[in-house]
Ligand binder design. Structure first.
Ligand code: ZN
Length: 222
């Protein structure tokens, strides 16, 4: 992501010379992100908070913010389920779990970041995917204005739809800056959400096995 280049669609409002190139290479060709419009909005925001958007330190800020947002919401132009299209036939009938998938998302209520880890598990029914695809799935759904509950459900449901597994689960632990740096200011608080599907929802011992894999039988300390 760090070296990715991206394109913002130039519009008639584009006030300068530079062709904005902000869209990550994996995003769809027709990005709907209007960079110049973000820049105008950020300039307005700076004025509204009593700042001078023309002082030296802020002069490039609207453009930087536009670039940052293009990256933070890049998943909006993506269908994360595409990462689950390449499957391997495999008669493996034990739980597959990818633990501690780091993600960064954007709380849609405050447009402030929330970050954490996702644990993604499924019990295959003849079809498995590469582990990195599970991480890409999380990334794709995280990179957009989100709420943690929906992110959790979208990941579990995508697995059910694309892999038709015996069960799927997503557990997310995240810290919300809209809680930790403002409002309640509860530093260190973690929100935990889970979405259980199929056998993980219906069968208590399967659920217990999956949770034991996530948290370790002796309990994990974070
Ligand atoms: Zn929030």
């Amino acid at each position: 992501m760090l070296n990715s280049r991206a394109t913002l669609r130039p519009t008639d409002h584009n006030h300068d010379d530079e062709v904005r190139d902000l869209r990550p290479p994996n995003a769809l060709a027709d990005a709907k992100i209007d960079g110049p419009r973000i820049e105008r909005a950020i300039r307005e925001l700076l004025i509204a908070i009593g700042e001078n958007p023309d002082r030296e330190g802020l002069i490039k800020t609207p453009n930087r913010v536009a670039r940052a947002y293009a990256e933070l919401v890049a998943g909006l132009q993506d269908d994360p389920k595409r990462h689950l299209k390449t499957v391997f036939a495999e008669e493996y009938d034990e739980v597959v779990l990818l633990r501690d998938i780091e993600f960064h998302s954007l709380c849609e209520h405050h447009l402030l970041p929330f970050t954490g880890v996702a644990h993604v598990a499924y019990l295959p029914r003849g079809k498995v995917v590469g582990l990195s695809k599970l991480a890409r799935l999380v990334e794709g759904f995280a990179r957009r204005p989100q709420v943690q509950e929906r992110l959790t459900v979208q990941i579990a449901d995508a697995l059910m739809e694309e892999l038709n597994p015996v069960g799927a689960a997503c557990v997310i632990e995240a810290s919300h800056t809209c809680m930790t740096i403002r409002g309640a200011k509860k530093r260190g608080s973690t929100m935990v959400t889970s979405a259980l599907r199929g056998i993980f929802k219906e069968n208590p011992s399967s659920r217990a096995e999956m949770l034991a894999l996530i948290y370790g039988t002796e309990g994990r300390t974070k």
